[in-house]
Structures are given as structure tokens and as C-alpha cells.
Design a protein around this ligand. Structure first.
Ligand code: ADP
Ligand code: MG
Length: 701
């Protein structure tokens, strides 16, 4: 068989035709035979088990029942109408309800015949009902598959109305699987198959749809998931190889004068082991002659700026310029000040370029960059403008990368003929498995250790009923000279209502902390930016002891004297947001606290988030928990990744498989970097077939 089989348009499958093919394509992205084969069931039901009407509760995720339709009725008119069928077994009855495709279902259903129905039960007017159930004649249901588990496919209302209920999809899939038998090509090499004791691709595809038993189903799932993950990793790693082969990098051979002078005379503390390791990893890249593309992760406060600075000094020692790009002017200013101070007396020229840089200054900077007088340029996205031209840009560092779009980054590295080395730094912890998938084509370093001497922030959870105690604690802290943040979430859709929550909170705080003894700042999104700045500054200067705000507090705000972060309605915040907020305290020498206030009723996810925050301050652990709670779909950047190609594999649940798949891909490429050997031709061919990879492949083929 040829691959044309998989690419045959779905309309040519028996039971489909052009009209339904169009709908399958529109609703489920199923366009060809291969797409349908990869449209896997979302659940399997033991077809021999049926629920009785008197056993139904709305807690059940689904029910499968056997019985008869005893009455039907159309209620309401025109577009608002619904069709209701009373479905009865020997223990009682429920209602089946359709809002769409009424005409079709009305013609199909016959009173007195035995049916099997399947769906999610809910309760309405004290009666259980199933909306848009899957329904088929018992005789049909029993005849098709004689034993085993019964696949359920998700579908859409429109498709169901045209007969493609789960059952309908199962039927055409059955037809296709029978046709495809003996012609589903193997996509893994014999070595891999025997190494992992996989079943064949054909067996896997047949059994993922129509499993004979639970054991073979599991084998099929593992084989298919592994294959998805393996080819994803193989393609990511190939992209990296291609980049390394194609893009020559500046070779930084020496670590010299500037780096050593800084290290020996300026470094105010010992580097952490993690910082040392990361600098070593980066140095190896910089000296390799290949262009570096590395992601550096490290939690807030782990000391990334220092790593960045030392790398820029290596560039300088090799007569290259570097730039450090950050997302906001506040951060650019902050970095410029810290770095200038650290380099004081070292004969290194550092400049700052932002949107507010005056024209005259700007002109001088342009000249300095072109004459290579300026060694290090720090700034915002103003760095990307075409007018900014370097004489010899060798290293680009991007801080807080998640705030820059891919295009912005690409623009920066296209500034010179020879691409500069790229280091992307982020404080948003990404779990390892996600990083392997999202940034699998970048090299990856992590600073997983905090500088010594930090007091870890103590985190407590209080219900609203404990408010008096909490206020007493705040008062004690404030009276001891500390400062306090009180943060409110944006809860309501309406700005006015949110503002009211905030103002109510502000009023109760000012009652508790009255003038003239105390002063309270307030900052929220509806204020003019000059007013916000003014209030922020009062708090920074210590003129106010408490800061009541929504989450608009800017990144980079640094008040070391603040020792308490009180978060109201904490259950409404996501984990990463809670973690970022908590990071605003614990910057000074004093013990700091984070207090999470919640209502008495917590959802199970809400409770897990609070428990996680109380248990740990480790950003990576929090990110893992976040990923487990929310799923990868909501995580930053997942949209652009190849993860959308995963049909069955799950980035959270299949962590082990991801690791195996990546290790295998690394191992294969280590021995055969471009998949040229005879035995790897199967892999190369499969990669070439995969649409997404094709574009990148052609660059070298
Ligand atoms: P981030 O990773 O969030 O960018 P910074 O680079 O701003 O963190 O570092 C946070 C603070 O920790 C800074 O004040 C910095 O001077 C300090 N710091 C960095 N490295 C060390 C170290 N090895 N030992 C002690 N303090 C350090
Ligand atoms: Mg930083």
C-alpha cells in the first residue's frame, strides 16, 4: 500500500460522501483516511454493562441503558422547540431530549423497539434526562462487535444531526480499519519495536479503536503515545541540529581581562553552584563555534542578572558587543543601574536605550554602537528598531522572554549577517517535561538554587472568619516598622463592581489603621498613571505603611521593607500569579509572610492551589502543580508548540514516556545526526511525511 491510502479524501469512504465529508472536515478536522484513523475514542465502555433507570444519579459521568421509547413529544415552537422521548426500562424511566436535528431523530425513532442509549445524565424538573444522547437499536448494537470494549468518540451537535453520533463515527471507522488491514505501514524501526516490546502499528491502530480487551488496549495506547512523543522529540532535536549545522556562530575563545577583573575584584559574593554550572554550560556553547540558542530558567531572585552580566563580559573579552533586552522601562532602568554599579571602575561602557531616551542622547548611542565604543547596551524593545545598528553584536540576552513575541526576537537576531548568540532568560518556571516539549529545540539551563541566607517566606491560610487575628498580626508588623501589601483579585466582569470590592477593603483597612498614626496607599487600574506613580512612590519611600491594590502593581517594584503580602480571595488567583505576588516580599533581611485569605467554601482545585502555596515556595514545584491542575492547554506558549500534534499523548500524565522518547531520540541522533544510515531510513521517511517538519527538512535536503 502507498501513503496515498492515508491521504485519500474522507468523502470516498463508504458511508460518508461529499456533504458529510465537508462537515467532518469543518467540525473535527477530519479530511482524509489518515485523519479518521487518528481520531481516537475518548472512552471505552464495557458493552455488556447497562445502568438501570433507578440507579441513575447526576454524579455519573455517563450512563448506558437498555429500554424502549414509550412516548414522544415536541415542545415549544420553531427555533425554541425541543423533542422529548420517554425512555423506559423495567425499573423506571428517563427523558431523552433533543434541541437540534429534531426532524431527523423524529423520523428515526420507533416506539416499542428496544434501544441502547448512552450519554451524560442531568436533572431537570426533578426528572433525569440525557441531552442529545447516542441512541441505536439494540439489535444493531449487539450485532456489530461481538465482544470487548466499546469505543466512544466525541462528536458535535451538527454531526450528530447528520448521523455521526459516536456510534456513527465508530461505524465508518470500522469500515476504514477493515479496509486498511494489511496495509498500515510500520513507522518505527525493528530495533525500537523490539527494544520496547511494542505491538505493530497496525495492531495498535486496530486495537485503539476496537480493543479485544483492556490489556491489548493499554498496549495500543502506549505504542501510539510513544510514537507521537518520539517523532515530536526527533523533529525538535533535528531542528536544533540543522540550526547548529547551518548557522555558524561567533567563537568566543578567551575568558580574559574583563571577566577576570570582575570575578576577582568586584563580585560581592560567592556564586551559587547553580550559577557556576550555568555559566560553564553557556561558556561551552560560546566557544563551540556554533550559534548558541539557550533558555535559562531561574526563579525570581535566583541571580540571573549576574549570570547575564558575566556572559556579556566574556563577549567583551572577545571583542564583541552585547545587548540585554527587557520588557519594561522600569526593569531596563533597574538593570542599567545595578550593572553600571557592579562594573564601576572596570572600563566597560554600558548604555541605556529606551523609548524615553532623548534624541540627542540617542544619536550619541547610535554612534557609539557603530564605532564599537559601547560594549553593553541595555534597553527595552527600542533595541529592535532598524536604526539601532551594532558594529559587532555577538550576544543577545533577553530577560523575561514570555513578554516578547517570537517575531520581536527573530528581528533582533537578524540584525547582523552572522547571528549573535542568544540567551533567553525567564523567571516563569516551566516544568521540565513541558520545557522539553515547548523549547525542545533550544538548549536548556536552570538555576535551581537560591543564593544562601534567604529566609523563606512563611505562608498561612486563613478563612474570612479569622480576619480579626490577621488584622492584629498586620498591626504588629506595621508597629514594628514593616510594610504590608493587600491585594485584591479582579473578580467580576464589571470594573465598577471590582472597584467596589477594593474600596470596601480599603475602607476597612483605613478604619483599622487610621490617620494620623498610619497612612494607606491605594492603586488600581482605573487611576491615571501619574496618580498611580505618586501612590507607589509614597509606599516605596515608606510614607505609607500599607498598600491596597489590585494586581496592577508593576513588575520590578522592589520594597525590601515590605514583609507581608496579604492576598484577599486568594482562591480566585491562579498558582503562578500567587507565586509571583508572594515574590514581592522576602527581599529584605526580615522574616516575611504571605497570608492567603479565602471564603469558607473552596472548590477542590481552589483548595489544592492554596495547599500548594502553603506547602512550598519552590517555583518549579508550583509550576508542576499548576500544570497538573490546569492542563497544558492553558500554559504559556503551548499554542505555538508542536504539542497540538499530540492526539493521544498527554504532556502531564505521560511524563515518563516523554523522557523515554526524548532519550531515544537523543541516542539515535548521537550515532546518526542526520538520519543517513540505512537502518534509520524509516524514521527519516516518517519525519518527511509529517507536514510540520517538512518545511524545516527541506532546508537541508
Ligand atoms: P533574578 O534571577 O530574579 O533576576 P537577580 O539577578 O535580580 O534575580 O538577583 C536577586 C538578588 O540576589 C540580587 O540582589 C543579587 O545581587 C543577589 N544575588 C545574586 N547572586 C547571588 C549570590 N550568588 N549570592 C548572594 N546574592 C546573590
Ligand atoms: Mg531578573
Amino acid at each position: 500500500m502507498s501513503y496515498n491510502f492515508a491521504e485519500t479524501p474522507i468523502e470516498f469512504l463508504k458511508g460518508v460522501g461529499p456533504k458529510r465529508a465537508e462537515l467532518l472536515s469543518k467540525e473535527l478536522n477530519i479530511r482524509c483516511f489518515g485523519d479518521l484513523l487518528q481520531y481516537y475514542p475518548f472512552r471505552y465502555i464495557d458493552r455488556s454493562k447497562f445502568h438501570k433507570a433507578n440507579e441513575i444519579t447526576s454524579d455519573l459521568v455517563y450512563v448506558q441503558m437498555k429500554g424502549k421509547i414509550v412516548a414522544t413529544e415536541t415542545i415549544g415552537k420553531m427555533r425554541a422547540s425541543r423533542f422529548v422521548a420517554t425512555f423506559k426500562d423495567e425499573t423506571g424511566s428517563i427523558e431523552l431530549v433533543w434541541f437540534q436535528g429534531i426532524k431527523w431523530i423524529k423520523e428515526k425513532l420507533k416506539l416499542g423497539e428496544e434501544y441502547v442509549v448512552f450519554g451524560k445524565p442531568s436533572i431537570f424538573n426533578k426528572t433525569y434526562n440525557i441531552l442529545h444522547p447516542d441512541i441505536e437499536l439494540l439489535s444493531e448494537n449487539q450485532s456489530e462487535i461481538s465482544e470487548g470494549l466499546y469505543p466512544y468518540y466525541s462528536s458535535s451537535e451538527k454531526l450528530k444531526a447528520m448521523g455521526f453520533t459516536s456510534r456513527g463515527i465508530s461505524k465508518i471507522t470500522k469500515t476504514l480499519v477493515i479496509m486498511a488491514k494489511n496495509s498500515i505501514p510500520e513507522t518505527l524501526t525493528p530495533e525500537i519495536i523490539s527494544k520496547y516490546k511494542f505491538i505493530s502499528r497496525e495492531e495498535a491502530l486496530i486495537n485503539i479503536h476496537f480493543p479485544a480487551n483492556a490489556e491489548i488496549l493499554q498496549k495500543a495506547q502506549i505504542r501510539i503515545k510513544f510514537e507521537e512523543l518520539f517523532y515530536l522529540q526527533l523533529s525538535l532535536l533535528m531542528m536544533r541540529q540543522i540550526r547548529l549545522v547551518k548557522t555558524e556562530g561567533h567563537r568566543f575563545t578567551s575568558v580574559g581581562e574583563h571577566f577576570n577583573a570582575f570575578y576577582n575584584t568586584k563580585l560581592p559574593f560567592e556564586l551559587t553552584n547553580a550559577q557556576k554550572r550555568v555559566i560553564k554550560e553557556i561558556r561551552t556553547d560560546l566557544g563551540s563555534g556554533k550559534q548558541m540558542n539557550r533558555l535559562l530558567q531561574g526563579d525570581v531572585g535566583s541571580g540571573k542578572t549576574l549570570v547575564a552580566l558575566m556572559c556579556m563580559l566574556i563577549a567583551l573579552d572577545n571583542n564583541y558587543q552585547s545587548c540585554l533586552m527587557v520588557p519594561t522601562e522600569i526593569l531596563a532602568n533597574q538593570h542599567f543601574e545595578t550593572i553600571s554599579r557592579m562594573l564601576d571602575g572596570l572600563n566597560v561602557n554600558v548604555e541605556l536605550l529606551t523609548g524615553s531616551t532623548k534624541a540627542a542622547k540617542r544619536k550619541k548611542i547610535d554612534e557609539g554602537l557603530q564605532s564599537a565604543q559601547i560594549h553593553i547596551l541595555i534597553g527595552t524593545h527600542a533595541l529592535i528598531e532598524d536604526t539601532v545598528q551594532f558594529a559587532n553584536l555577538g550576544l543577545v540576552i533577553i530577560d523575561e522572554q514570555h513578554r516578547f513575541g517570537v517575531e520581536q526576537r527573530a528581528k533582533l537576531w537578524n540584525k547582523n549577517e552572522k547571528q549573535p548568540h542568544i540567551l533567553v532568560m525567564t523567571a516563569t518556571p516551566i516544568p521540565r517535561t513541558l520545557a522539553m516539549t515547548l523549547y525542545g529545540d533550544l538548549d536548556y539551563s536552570a538555576i535551581d538554587e537560591m543564593p544562601p541566607g534567604r529566609k523563606s517566606i512563611k505562608t498561612y491560610h486563613y478563612f474570612d472568619s479569622g480576619r480579626l487575628k490577621v488584622f492584629a498580626f498586620l498591626k504588629q508588623q506595621v508597629n514594628a516598622g514593616r510594610q504590608v501589601y493587600v491585594v485584591y483579585p479582579l473578580i467580576n466582569e464589571s470594573v465598577t463592581l471590582d472597584l467596589k470590592d477594593l474600596m470596601d477593603g480599603y475602607n476597612s483597612i483605613t478604619r483599622e489603621f487610621p490617620l494620623p498614626e498610619y497612612a494607606v496607599s491605594i492603586v488600581h487600574g482605573q487611576m491615571k498613571s501619574a496618580d498611580k506613580d505618586y501612590e507607589m512612590q509614597r509606599f516605596v519611600k515608606g510614607e505609607t505603611q500599607l498598600m491596597v491594590s489590585t494586581t496592577v502593581i508593576e513588575v520590578g517594584v522592589d520594597v525590601p521593607n515590605a514583609s507581608v503580602m496579604l492576598i484577599e480571595n486568594a482562591e480566585r488567583f491562579g498558582l503562578s500569579q500567587l507565586h509571583q505576588l508572594r515574590g514581592r516580599v522576602g527581599r529584605g533581611a526580615e522574616q516575611s509572610y504571605c497570608i492567603l485569605m479565602t471564603g469558607n467554601k473552596l472548590t477542590s482545585d481552589g483548595r489544592k492551589r492554596i495547599e500548594t502555596m502553603v506547602r512550598t515556595t519552590d517555583g518549579f514545584e508550583i509550576a508542576e502543580a499548576d500544570l497538573k491542575l490546569r492542563g497544558p492547554g492553558d500554559m504559556q506558549g503551548t499554542q505555538q508548540s508542536g504539542m497540538l500534534d499530540l492526539h493521544l499523548a498527554d504532556i502531564v500524565k505521560d511524563e515518563k514516556l516523554i523522557k523515554h522518547a526524548r532519550d531515544l531520540a537523543i541516542d539515535i541522533l548521537k550515532h546518526d545526526a542526520m538520519l543517513e544510515s540505512q537502518k534509520n531510513q524509516k524514521l527519516r521517511e516518517q519525519l518527511q511525511r509529517m507536514k510540520k517538519v517538512r518545511g524545516n527538512w527541506e532546508k537541508i535536503s
